[in-house]
Design a protein around this ligand. Structure first.
Ligand code: EPU
Length: 343
């Protein structure tokens, strides 16, 4: 590589994952633009090394060391494009902090992503799992993403319709490694209706006059609601929801509801979505703690690394939880974060 970008050998990854598990990367390269990226990819390819894209490290578990090149995506930049009438497109470099982008949009009076305040991670990672919270998903406002397609080596722009967005799902999850997100465009508006009907948010707002709320006030309400239940990774290392909310068939749901009349559910197109947090909570795991890892005492979907636990310990606890929910309710849980490194 031509001197820049710098390569760090045997890089410590503890600071690079919000679960704060110890792991090392054989190499780590800081990527600040597309040239850094193509150089780093060629460098890895020449040495037959695997690559791993890393944003904020908020949705992955290092099961062990990564014997390849970590591409630490730090492509910055944010600007407005196509401002016309009430609408505007916000363009974000992949390495921009997502929450700061949400506040920036909300402070500017633009609506569309305020419910996604305080989600950890980068703008470039947001489309991968189609981040969602409080009744809004990124796919609702995403206009397009600019990517490097590793199959063709071309930089191309994919419209939202090409991204195959689903619940915590996208093209980028279905074809892992093919696309590297460089830039994200979200289409915002000063006049689109605010989304305030998610239960926790509605309860928090109480009898506040909905008609005069600004997007910044909604972002602040979302932050307050999240602070009540979701631990700050800087204080209690975690990776947010550790499991997806499972979707089961209508018939399986009827059997479950007969046994458990209180089961928390939401009808969806493909069947019935269950609250994984409720299942884990009812199976008795909320607040559980072994020596170093545990389950959050205010939201059973969140695994916590209390004091220097390893990725293997986190995953072993996740396996126990999964097995217990399967035995208790006959429902399979699927992990939300990705697993990296030797398990
Ligand atoms: N519940 C329990 N026990 C708990 C927590 C929740 O029984 O310990 C019940 C609640 O009473 C509620 C239901 O489970 O009836 C759902 O709980 P909540 O509204 O907190 O949402 P969730 O389904 O657990 C999802 C997302 C979160 C997102 C919130 C708010 C998933 C996997 N998680 O959580 O996303 O912030 O909704 O929209 O879809 C993330 O992906 O990392 C994440 C935090």
């Amino acid at each position: 590589m031509s001197g820049t970008p710098a390569i760090i050998e045997h890089a410590d990854l503890r600071e690079h994952n919000t679960l704060a598990v110890a792991a090392k990367a054989r190499y780590l390269v800081r990527i600040t633009d597309v040239d850094d990226l193509t150089e780093a990819l060629a460098w890895a390819e020449a040495r037959k090394l695997d690559t791993l894209l890393l944003g904020g490290g908020s949705n992955l578990v290092f099961a062990g060391d990564f014997d390849g090149v970590v591409l630490h995506m730090q492509i910055r930049g944010r600007h407005w494009e196509k401002v016309s009438g009430d609408e505007a497109v916000l363009v974000l470099g992949a390495g921009e902090n997502w929450h700061e982008a949400v506040l920036y949009a909300a402070r500017s009076g633009y609506r569309g992503i305020e419910n996604l305040a305080l989600i950890p991670g980068t703008a470039g990672a947001a489309p991968v799992q189609n981040i969602g919270a409080y009744g809004v998903e990124l796919g609702d406002t995403l206009l397009s993403v600019t990517v490097l397609d590793r199959n063709t080596q071309a930089v191309v722009t994919l419209a939202a319709g090409d991204c195959q967005f689903g619940y915590r799902d996208s093209l980028f999850k279905r074809q892992p490694g093919r696309y590297i997100i460089l830039e994200v465009r979200v289409k915002l508006s000063r006049s689109r209706p605010l989304k305030l009907d998610y239960r926790d948010l509605g309860e928090y707002l109480g009898d506040t006059d909905r008609s005069s709320l600004t997007p910044l006030e909604v972002a602040e309400a979302v932050m307050a609601v999240r602070h009540r239940k979701l631990p700050d990774p800087a204080v209690l290392p975690n990776a947010g929801s550790f499991f997806k909310n499972p979707v089961i068939t209508g018939a399986a749901f009827e059997r479950l509801q007969e046994r458990c009349p209180d089961v928390v559910f939401y009808p969806v197109e493909q069947g019935v979505k269950l609250a994984a947090a409720w299942l884990i909570d009812q199976a008795g795991w909320k607040g559980f703690r072994n020596a170093r890892v545990g389950i959050h005492n205010r939201q059973a979907l969140v695994l916590i690394n209390h004091s220097g636990g390893s990725g293997a310990e986190v995953l072993a606890l996740a396996d126990e939880v999964r097995r217990s929910v399967l035995e208790t309710f006959g429902v399979e849980l699927e992990m939300e974060p990705g697993v990296v490194g030797a398990r």
